[in-house]
Design a protein around this ligand. Sequence first.
Ligand SMILES: NC(=O)c1ccc[n+]([C@@H]2O[C@H](COP(=O)([O-])OP(=O)(O)OC[C@H]3O[C@@H](n4cnc5c(N)ncnc54)[C@H](OP(=O)(O)O)[C@@H]3O)[C@@H](O)[C@H]2O)c1
Length: 415
Amino acid sequence: MGMSRTDCFILVRFCFCKKPPHRCEAIPVTRKTANHTWVRLRTDGPGFVSWPINQSFSPKRVPPPLALSFSRSSSDSGSFVDSKMAETKPTMHAVWYDSYGGGPAGLKHVDIPVPAPQKDELLLKLEAISINPVDWKTQKGMLRPVLPPKFPHIPATDVGGEVVEVGTAVKKFKPGDKVVAILSHLKGGGFAEFAVAKENLTVARPPEVSAPEGAGLPVAGLTALQALTQAAGIKLDRSGPLKNILITAASGGVGHYAVQLAKLGNTHVTATCGTRNVDFVRSLGADEVLDYKTPEGAALKSPSDKKYDFVVHCAHSFPWTVFEPNLSECGKVIDITPSIGAMMTFALKKLTFSKKQLVPLLLTPKGENLEFVVKLVKEGKLKTFIDSTYPLSKAEDAWAKSINGHATGKIIVEP
Ligand SMILES: NC(=O)c1ccc[n+]([C@@H]2O[C@H](COP(=O)([O-])OP(=O)(O)OC[C@H]3O[C@@H](n4cnc5c(N)ncnc54)[C@H](OP(=O)(O)O)[C@@H]3O)[C@@H](O)[C@H]2O)c1
């Protein structure tokens, strides 16, 4: 059996440029589908390695069997057909859980097939993933029966990566594009080397925005944006009237974006956080900072005696009676962590046509909003502060850190 020029080039590239820690021997190419061709490389180990051609070779994990898949860039003669290869699928490292509960110990490391994109989806090689509390709340069963729809479930939805394959209906992206995406909350998929993302929830990532900076944005950044611009009506070009805003848990994922975004508008921002984060939150632009462990912080009382027009409430467990005396005449609490008590307050305030209101907020992710926050990061108007970074092999440590509830900014996992 012989090989075409293209096949030789690809093998040379992998053997010499990407430096896999194996002796690579060319085994002829087999044409498996209309879109893909498969190469397998014999290694000096016990099997073969699977790796998509458009991605850099990672010697960290070499699961047998190993098959290399790629999109052909030149004529595909189809002269090499290996029936065994036609059955081999490329695999990847992923982390999933297969029942409710268990916390970090419930996460399992698995080698599973690389997912295939549907026609309106992209296959991404992930470079960074960020964790949100909703990820481990889902594992706890707090969102059952909706999430997860089935087990096993690969958690995490906020990712930065590179496009390696596009579905037939995808128009805006091509292999090699760097992107930020929010994956389906139903399907998850972020704790893995590869994931599929919908085209409409994927945006280009410019070189000025690193993969971790981008991956921090989707849930936390879009929630902060939605709370401020949609629920509170703040105009981020400073064109609106001055508004007094309180942001609770301003050191967290949502809060740290909320402070920065609020200060792009015409606002006076009071923020709450723990003692160790007071300087950090001030550096984000907060006009005044309350330590939540002090009596004034617990009472949410503005040091300059301001009454809040809006509260972006990212912390937990504040009864209405604490908010009420601090609100302006038509003040609104935008509650992103509504408890049952908060839902009752919401209903009561609506029914009684109260001027002061509590509004529960649930994120509606939109591609255009993701594009907007990525642009703000590119322009240096918004920053992702990274609390800590963990390799995917230590995903349970990242998980524990998030469950612990004391992150400053975003927790990042890297495959
Ligand atoms: N409704 C939605 O669509 C939506 C969207 C996103 C997030 N959420 C929810 O919003 C909440 C916040 O999310 P996140 O990603 O920002 O969480 P996070 O990053 O885990 O928040 C951690 C931060 O909160 C601070 N904190 C905790 N309790 C506080 C308090 N009483 N006062 C002031 N600061 C406090 C911690 O400071 P210390 O370390 O000093 O304690 C820590 O810096 C979560 O419950 C999440 O599920 C809802």
